[in-house]
Design a protein around this ligand. Structure first.
Ligand code: NAD
Length: 261
């Protein structure tokens, strides 16, 4: 249990990658504040189940992380409940696809605030506590789309490139403070966010879910396999370890070879 007595906030952890990260950190003994949208009863079932399974305190805060005051409230409530926020995982994110000309203004604003501004808010409100303790880890879920582009994802690609840039600034500003800040850049992970894109391919091409999944993978990901939330959780655990104390400002790919091309 390498993270016993550490407290974590993970945005967007009621589903997908964030939930995988929550499981991995809880398994290492960390107390976790979950965040994200969903059915209240389902989330409570999830929270209580994780608490029982891993024997650590698990909280939940339903802040909308696109709103600065709600992010401030999320960090304050986690610090009040656990005593501190030692690890911040900025993970929540949304997607929308359209050409630049057809991209709705409100979708652009929603993606920029949810996928990029939220990371700024989270870091801004968490760093003072980390500085006071002289230890901290900030891990931002960027994407392969933080390093390279794809058509029809103007807002997402812009936001994720922004996350990689912001990660570097935070790393420089905290380099002597016992704090590291890194971005992880996953390729395709089979989560609800990606299933929607698979459904769209299946509907457009009139093919099965399996065929559509294969097409999605083969277009970008040379391994031909999805990255798993468990693999991303293991990478986050490593970044929180002492072994990773000198890794900061990095954008770490976990993408089956996507960005090697
Ligand atoms: P997901 O849809 O399964 O989970 C997204 C989570 O974010 C959910 O818990 C949702 O409730 C939460 N969320 C969305 N908007 C929110 C808001 N305004 N406030 C609070 N919570 C909010 O998606 P996922 O695939 O697990 O994505 C997680 C992160 O990983 C995102 O940043 C995404 O861009 C990134 N990512 C995903 C993939 C992939 O292939 N799935 C690849 C690279 C990067």
């Amino acid at each position: 249990m390498t993270l016993k007595n550490k407290s974590v906030v993970i945005t967007g952890s009621t589903s997908g990658i964030g939930l995988g990260i929550a499981r991995a950190l809880a398994a290492e003994g960390a107390q976790v504040m979950l965040n994200g949208f969903g059915d209240a009863a389902e989330i409570e079932k999830l929270r209580a189940g994780l608490e029982k399974q891993y024997g650590v305190k698990i909280g939940y805060n339903g802040a909308d992380i696109s709103k600065p005051a709600e992010v401030e409230g999320l960090i304050k409530s986690a610090a009040a409940q656990f005593g501190s926020v030692d690890i911040l995982v900025n993970n929540a994110g949304i997607q929308f696809t359209a050409t630049v000309e057809e991209f709705p203004l409100e979708k652009w604003d929603a993606i920029l605030s949810t996928n990029l501004s939220s990371v700024f808010y989270g870091v801004k409100y968490t760093l003072p506590g980390m500085r006071a303790k002289g230890w901290g880890r900030v891990i931002n879920t960027a994407s392969a789309h933080g390093l390279v582009a794809s058509e029809h994802k103007a807002a997402y690609v812009a936001a994720k490139h922004g996350v990689v840039g912001l990660t570097k600034v935070v790393a420089l500003e905290t380099a002597n403070a016992g704090i590291t800040c890194n971005a992880i850049c996953p390729g395709w992970v089979l989560t609800p966010l990606v299933q929607k894109q698979i459904d769209a391919i299946a509907a457009e091409k009139k093919i099965s879910n399996d065929q559509a999944s294969k097409e999605l993978l083969m277009e970008k990901q040379p391994s031909g396999q999805f990255v798993t939330p468990e693999q991303i959780g293991a990478l986050v655990v490593f970044l929180c370890s002492d072994a990773a104390a000198q890794i900061t400002g990095a954008a770490l790919s976990i993408d089956g070879g996507w960005t090697a091309q």
